[in-house]
Design a protein around this ligand. Sequence first.
Ligand SMILES: Cc1nc2ccc(C(=O)N[C@]34C[C@H]5C[C@H](C[C@H](C5)C3)C4)cc2n2c(-c3ccccc3Cl)nnc12
Ligand SMILES: [Mg+2]
Ligand SMILES: [Zn+2]
Length: 342
Amino acid sequence: SIAPEDILRLTVRDIPASTSYHPDFTQFSFVPRSIGAGDIYVEACLSMFKELGFIDRYRFRRRTLARFLLMVQKGYRDVPYHNFSHAFAVGHFCFLLLRIPSVKAALTDLERLSLLVACLCHDIDHRGTTNAFQLQSKTPLAQLYSSEGSVLERHHFAQTVSILTMEDCNIFEGLTRKEYQTVLDNIREIILATDIAAHLRKVSRIKGMVNVGFDGTQQEHHYLLMCLLMTASDLSDQSKDFNNSKAIAGNIYKEFFSQGDLEKQMGNRPIEMMDRERACVPKIQLEFMDTVALPVFDYISHLLPELTSTYNSLQQNRQCWAILDSILQEEGTSPAGLDFLQ
Ligand SMILES: Cc1nc2ccc(C(=O)N[C@]34C[C@H]5C[C@H](C[C@H](C5)C3)C4)cc2n2c(-c3ccccc3Cl)nnc12
Ligand SMILES: [Mg+2]
Ligand SMILES: [Zn+2]
């Protein structure tokens, strides 16, 4: 058995991972951030659009698609987690979902196109702070969107629309007026679905769909499936090998704790999850996985059996967090900051 203090230095080789570490781009265990940085992402995005048949089906001009993708990449800020590498990781997972035959059968081509574009654009111009922070600090975004809620997500959608209006960046120029309206409506709904609070309000409807089975004749099922695939893609980092998932969680807590520091400077008391003095990361991770992430992949693997191994990886990662949590309890050290996450 592993000595407790050794668990902190565990690497993926030591944890008996059921999904071995594929370097293969077309596998769900592929780690998108391993692709590197810079324009390689745009090349990879172009090949995803090509492989999914969207370039031919919607007569995309490669130059226009490349310019659009570069403007999307440029639209992201250099924050620890909500940067373009997150958007690419989400887009890559969505790409793998869209290749699954039962997904191709369930959704229309326009819905699949909407999903991929929404994934790449879903966090554009994220500031590394939460919706709650926008409201409490009365930021410009809150002044714009606070009445409707999902402040950040409305901004991400607005940024997406403004990129489409830029010089030679409108990838949907070849679509009919009706198709164009449908894609924009889909992308708006899908990006709004990435607000976890909004997702939690929809869970009972999603459960209902899973119980009766997907019915392609119901528009509501198309909508719920698109939202579920988007949420799963947004959380997909937690389904990779634990070392990768742990490192990504570290980036999320860099943003959370910076926000907490900012709230303290502003004279507000941050919630425990954002307070580097009080937060116990493994405990927050266990709660997030149990209340948000695991249910999402549980529902999705009921609809798509191909996702079972991904669901298993998530459960394995949950167990790793549980082990970390028990060690930190035993050690009784002051609440763990980020050091063990590196
Ligand atoms: C690994 C991991 N941990 C995460 C721990 C916590 C939260 C989080 O927002 N919690 C909640 C907890 C309650 C009910 C709602 C609204 C608020 C109050 C805040 C959610 C997110 C986490 N998260 C995300 C993620 C997904 C979408 C948007 C932003 C992010 Cl950061 N992606 N990966 C992770
Ligand atoms: Mg978001
Ligand atoms: Zn995201």
